[in-house]
Design a protein around this ligand. Structure first.
Ligand code: SF4
Length: 383
């Protein structure tokens, strides 16, 4: 490890909290870090589809997909998306429903809606060319400082730092930062470290190498310090703090949730309702679905009939059990009790103004649905 001056050792991080070590301020330390990190990345980088392109649009798509989604799950989605929408213009010209259909199963559908909206901004305000100016990029819907820096550095080698979950943890450990990395002070400190570490050239490769190291070796639990190319530069390791700094937060307690969905049949078609802006799964279609209140008094059938009428204006009869699906979303374990029912009559138009459609089962495949909606649609089509 390069020697540090005593002045350097006494320096405190910008937020004033006690960092274990300020070695990162030493130019030799930073040069050693870059050299070792890049050499390791050349050997260890995973061969991922978005790493084979410098097209800012495709890099942007991958960055949006990778928010909240692990790499292995994102790869097939990215390949399908890139094949169907190979350019910003192709995405901008598409219907939102088609975009959501391709996103189906990835979750966090707001990402897809914003990506689509942003593609339209690029088409209409930037002539279809992804802007190079970071301020213009950050004005795009759904693009924050991290995404803008990642796309511009990787596509154009522009000197912008990045900070996301993996690099946040890695930089906190390298500097033995013991505050909360997600606090305003922690963010300010870690962004300033990311900026300082950035090389003059090759920012995109460097940023990707940081993320790769954070995700592959400097993991939230049990970081693999023995295999780490920068272990001798790492303050957390030297101070025995690698396991405590930025360790994964304790998983929150699991909550059990009970919901019901109703497949309403009318002359060989089933009822779908569109989820409106501001609702969970906005923009997707769904079978009428409701939470079942804890300690529901009285009959579930009567309660579901009442809910269907309230939400859709449609009265149902002959409600019968169809299937029970179990799935988990974040900390919720959901039991979805699915029922079938027959259309009886239409009352006044739904108070909610919800968009409804009667769909033949064979056409359900064309509608964007959430994960359980899709499972249910397959069972309906096979029934
Ligand atoms: S030595 Fe360990 S804690 Fe430090 S950067 Fe490497 S993997 Fe992370």
């Amino acid at each position: 490890m390069p020697k540090m001056s005593s002045t350097t050792r006494r320096t405190r991080p910008p937020d004033g909290s006690a960092s274990g070590d300020a070695a990162y301020k030493d130019a030799r330390w930073r040069a050693a870090l870059r050299r070792r990190l890049l050499a390791w990345y050349r050997r260890a980088a995973r061969n991922l589809p978005w790493r084979r392109t410098r097209d800012p649009y495709l890099i942007w798509v991958s960055e949006i997909m990778l928010q909240q989604t692990v790499v292995a799950a994102a790869v097939p989605y990215f390949e399908r998306f890139a094949a169907r929408f190979p350019t910003i213009r192709a995405l901008a010209d598409a219907d939102e429903e088609e975009v959501l259909r391709l996103w189906e199963g990835l979750g966090y559908y707001r990402r897809a809606r914003q990506l689509h909206k942003a593609a339209r901004v690029v088409r209409d305000e930037h002539g279809g060319q992804f802007p190079r100016d970071i301020a213009a990029v950050r004005r795009l819907p759904g693009v924050g400082r991290y995404t803008a820096g990642a796309v511009l550095s990787i596509a154009f080698d522009a000197p912008h730092p990045i900070l996301e979950a993996n690099t946040m943890r890695l930089l906190a450990r390298l500097t033995a930062y013991r505050g909360d990395p997600r606090s305003a002070a922690g963010q300010q400190f870690l962004w300033s470290v990311a900026e300082l570490l950035l090389p003059r050239h090759g920012a995109g490769t460097f940023n990707q190498a940081l993320m790769e190291l954070g995700s592959q070796l400097c993991t939230p639990r049990n970081p693999q310090c023995e295999a780490c190319p920068v272990a001798t530069l790492c303050a957390a390791r030297r101070l025995g703090l690698a396991d405590v700094i930025s360790a994964a937060p304790r998983r929150p307690a699991i909550a059990e949730v009970r919901e019901a969905a109703v497949i309403v049949w009318r002359g060989g078609r089933v009822l779908l309702a569109r989820r409106e802006a501001g609702e969970r799964w906005a923009g997707l279609w769904d079978f009428p679905r409701f939470p079942i209140a804890e300690g529901l008094n009285g009959s579930l059938a009567a309660e579901l009939a009442r809910q269907v009428a309230r939400e859709t204006g449609i009265r149902i009869r002959n409600l019968r059990p169809f299937v029970t699906l179990r799935h988990s979303v974040t900390r919720f374990r959901i039991t979805l009790e699915c029922h079938e029912a027959t259309y009886a009559s239409s009352g006044r138009a739904a108070v909610t103004g919800r968009t409804l459609r009667w769909v033949p089962p064979a056409e359900l495949a064309g509608y964007p649905l959430n994960t359980t909606g899709r499972k249910l649609s397959r069972l309906v089509s096979e029934a």
